[in-house]
Design a protein around this ligand. Structure first.
Ligand SMILES: [Zn+2]
Ligand SMILES: [Zn+2]
Length: 354
């Protein structure tokens, strides 16, 4: 089985974070989960005996960020009871509904696609990093959106520059030593309509891993879409082709058919230019569809199994991607996140150097 995330150790902070993790993994709306994460953040800096005293006196709700229901969770935890809300969430979301993929999941060392609240994610960078660490990852690549995706608060050069400093600070704070968890610098850069990438070369050169995806004009004709994707794949900065068809198969955003493009030409270009094809693990994406996954397999592409997490609990989506990769019979050594982080970084840098 996969790592269980951040299991409940009896402390109120762990109870609140575990509830949030489970709800996110169950794809609850981020705003419904926020209360638990905010309450955890509110009591984290307080001494345990102060939290206990406030629970006893019924004054927890006087603290900013704590409401009646989160106070109840804290009260139960302090009193040594399993909070009711936690038991419910465990019951509902405690097990991932996947059939297979466990062995491959064990072999994954990290995740190349994740979002923080700097773009359209729901949690701060450090919370994403912390949860990735608790899941047993060696690394997490932070890949917030690029400037033109304004709807997702894509990062300008200035904001990305600041974010890189924050990544350094988070790594310092986590005490990143060789062989321990690392937060890596990345981007999910838009593939513009003309196939160029939506960030300056200067900024792309400062990143360690670059995922590139199409987010606009998804219904374009096959000809222009193929040309657009091929231009991007030939760009030496591109490492991973994100959710290649853009389809949505389920979920509250509705469904969307896959984009039309010459898949053989695109995957052959990926193989030639050493761009990995992403297996996007999000349940509403399941991208690429199985037929395309098999085509990319036969062409000899590399793959990256990514969570595309927009909340900490969604980092656990990886099992779904593993289930599909296993079903397609893709060998683990062709999946770049089974590689040691040093090999991954060397690979990501090599297309630019050659
Ligand atoms: Zn995307
Ligand atoms: Zn994404």
């Amino acid at each position: 089985m996969t790592a269980a995330g951040d299991p409940y150790d009896g402390s109120p902070v762990a109870a609140l974070r575990r509830i949030a993790f489970l709800l996110e993994r169950g794809r609850a709306d981020t705003y419904k989960v926020q209360a638990y994460r905010k309450a955890a953040a509110a009591i984290l800096p307080l001494p345990a005996d102060e939290v206990a005293a406030r629970a006893e006196a019924g004054t927890l709700t006087e603290l900013a960020g704590i409401g009646a229901s989160t106070a109840r969770v804290i009260g139960d935890a302090v009193a040594g009871r399993v909070p009711e809300r936690l038991a419910e969430a465990e019951e509902q979301y405690g097990a991932l509904p996947a059939s297979g993929g466990e062995q491959l999941r064990e072999a994954l060392r990290g995740d190349l696609h994740s979002h923080s609240d700097w773009s359209d994610g729901g949690s701060p960078i450090e919370e994403m990093a912390m949860t990735a660490m608790e899941l047993g990852h060696d690394y997490l690549v932070l890949t917030d959106h690029s400037p033109r995706l304004t709807i997702a608060r894509g990062l300008s050069v200035e904001r990305l520059t600041r974010q890189l400093d924050v990544v350094d600070a988070v790594n310092e704070h986590l005490g990143a030593l060789p062989g321990e968890f690392r937060l890596l610098k990345g981007i999910e850069v838009d593939i513009n309509e003309d196939g160029t990438l939506d960030q300056t070369e200067e900024m792309l050169s400062r990143l360690e891993v670059r995922v590139a995806s199409v987010h606009s004009k998804l219904r374009a004709e096959s000809g222009p879409m193929t040309k657009r994707m091929l231009t991007a794949i030939r760009n030496p900065w591109m490492n991973v082709l994100g959710h290649c068809t853009g389809r949505l198969v389920t979920g509250n955003r509705g469904t969307r058919p896959p984009s039309q493009f010459d898949a053989r030409a695109v995957f052959e270009a990926c193989a030639e230019h050493d761009v990995a094809v992403e297996i996007n693990s999000r349940p509403e994406r399941r991208d690429p569809p199985m037929k395309l996954l098999e085509l990319a397999r036969d062409i000899g592409c590399l793959f990256s199994i990514d969570s595309d997490a927009h909340a900490p609990g969604q980092l656990d989506f990886l099992l779904y991607g593993c289930e599909r990769a296993e079903e397609a019979g893709i060998e683990p050594d062709r999946i770049i996140n089974t590689w040691p982080v040093e090999a991954l970084l060397e690979w990501a840098a090599s297309s630019v150097e050659s």
